[in-house]
Design a protein around this ligand. Structure first.
Ligand code: CA2
Length: 171
């Protein structure tokens, strides 16, 4: 490359900072791909995690994905995300419909959280039609099978980048 007058280097287009996204899945989702494929599909949770990591790498986001059957452990992971992550995706599974503890944990950590569901709970049994955690979340993606996780990742990355450019005034 030809040196610029005065030795100045050509400005490289600024790459946006790598984002860190925590993806949590709740009780019984370790069974994904082994039961009720007509509702939840045939991909395993390990497949979904691998897809999220790969898509995250394309989008400039480091994805850490975990699953637990225990409400308290999910609360601990959410609490531990403070100052460590940029956002969370949460499929709280059955805790979606019951857990004030998860609602409080999301509110307390003050990080953007997307509620994720594989199925569309609003179109299922009455007890699945309300979400305790929805009021603590910035968005919800449901009903697209395991693709809901990937769409939620794409959505939150765009949301974070849009928020950052609003703050700096740069597009
Ligand atoms: O659609 C979703 O992602 C749900 O969060 C899944 C939960 C259900 O309680 C929610 O209402 C909606 C159930 C997760 C149980 O996981 C299984 C996965 C595969 C096979 C059997 C259970």
């Amino acid at each position: 490359m030809k040196p610029r007058p005065g030795g100045a280097r050509a400005a490289k287009p600024a790459r946006p900072p790598t984002l860190s996204i925590l993806v949590l899945s709740g009780p019984n989702l370790q069974l994904l791909g082994t039961r009720e494929p007509e509702i939840y599909g045939r991909e395993t949770l390990a497949d979904v995690h691998a897809r999220l990591e790969a898509r995250g790498a394309e989008l400039g986001a480091r994805v850490t994905a975990r699953q637990s059957n225990h409400e308290g452990e999910l609360c601990d992971w959410i609490g531990g995300a403070r100052g460590e992550r940029d956002a969370m995706l949460l499929n709280a599974a059955a805790y979606t419909h019951t857990s004030l503890a998860l609602f409080d944990a999301i509110k307390a950590v003050a990080l953007p959280c997307v509620e994720v569901h594989i199925s569309n709970p609003e179109a299922r049994e009455a007890f699945r039609q309300s979400s305790r955690i929805a009021p603590a979340c910035v968005a919800k993606v449901s009903g697209f099978g395991v693709e809901s996780y990937v769409l939620a990742l794409e959505g939150i990355v765009r949301w974070l980048r849009a928020r950052a450019s609003l703050k700096t005034g740069k597009r």
